[in-house]
Design a protein around this ligand. Sequence first.
Ligand code: NAD
Length: 499
Amino acid sequence: MTDTARITHWIGGKLWDGVPERQGDVFDPATGEVSAQVDLAAPAEVDAAVAAAKGAFAEWRNSSLTKRTQVLFAFREIINARKEEVAAAITAEHGKVLSDAVGEVTRGLEVVEFACGIPHLLKGGFSEGVSTGVDVYSIRQPLGVVGIISPFNFPAMVPMWFFPVAIAAGNTVVLKPSEKDPSASMLIAQMWADAGLPDGVFNVVHGDKPAVDRLLEHPDVRAISFVGSTPIARYVYETGTRHGKRVQALGGAKNHMVVLPDADLDLAADAAINAGFGSAGERCMAISALVVVEPVADELVAKISQRMGTLRTGDGRRGTDMGPLVTAVHRDKVASYLDSGVADGAELVVDGRDVEVDGAAEGFWLGPSLFDRAGPEMSIYTDEIFGPVLTVLRVPSYDAALELVNSNPYGNGTAIFTNDGGAARRYQFEVEVGMVGVNVPIPVPMAYYSFGGWKNSLFGDSHAHGAEGVHFFTRGKVVTSRWLNPSHGGINLGFPMQT
Ligand code: NAD
């Protein structure tokens, strides 16, 4: 072991004190240096976390809605007061710029605020007098221990899509965050403890495939919420459901922004920049395919490339616009698409490899890149690149744009830019995508709606948070009851008669 910081599991309200079999490097992507070693859980550590969560379940599910709501409000206040601290941890391990990291925590907080309304959200229905003296009512009860497995790109927000609702509904949680940026989850665990959440209700195990596999097969884990790439999402869904669990597995994306000729092209250019290069394109809702209906492509490409020249790439702590990619391996993979796109015949208008950087030379840098005249068969279009590469596809008509979007195997987010309300309305109706923006490039729903894509972007049938989140983390029960009318007629020795 080295003398770099060590990040370990949070089980039963305290740091795990065992000796890890394996550890992984955590990098500062802006310097390229290893900043910490994270313990990678073996099945035994996952078992310990699940046992802690199982042990805490009875007390937590029996605590009143008032008590649970008080803990949630306290947690909300603590994380709101300390969101810069969480953001700094995110920037130091993920690389996104600080303002973006604060934004991520803020969006996660919205789900905590939604979950503060859990007494209202858990209300059931009641039918009085369905038969003589008989009433029927429905209630929703927690599942037990639930597992949350999250990706590197939103180390605070994505877990916060799930655990506030899960905990508010009375479940206990084992979170397995990405091993690439594990620190935000540790801060959050401490904040739950400070808010008065009983030990064992929220646990964190760090790790990779062995930890995920143990969660998927563990008999005491009732449900799994997963977010990550499509191949792993499919695997998690199939393995988890085979082991009898309720699973929602959100996968990768290829998000299209359609620009019609009547759109405000300055607005569209700004939106393409923000949605294409924010967080260095490492967002599941990033726009990566710009579908431009002719004859405006020349003008729009010129406006976008002019704006790209003003973006400052560098260390996210220095007030830059775009930070590094998460690891050197990922940076190299994204950069390889710049070669394959050119080889396939697309026009590389802006090459991010030429970027001047405000940061350490060894950081995992790649500047914003722009392809024009790409075709739907090219790998720069078919693959989820997950980096700062925007690809323009030129099409002759709205119908051709729609066909392109609907032929894509992913269906997470999409946007249409137009001033034609009729065309926008048609698009929202016809497009086979779970989240649609009209002149809004990243249409992430508010916490009281549900987040989720279609097709290969989501396996299972429940989206995250909102009503679907409450439904996912509870199961329904219907009670049919008969109570006889009280009879206080006193003593009467007369012959019984109907009244
Ligand atoms: P990833 O699939 O590599 O990892 C996600 C999680 O799965 C991590 O916790 C990781 O440790 C675990 N994992 C990785 N390989 C595994 C394996 N072989 N078996 C079991 N578990 C494994 O994803 P990532 O690179 O961390 O995140 C980026 C991906 O997540 C992108 O594809 C992005 O689109 C997607 N994403 C989707 C959404 C959405 O809402 N649909 C949101 C955020 C990110």
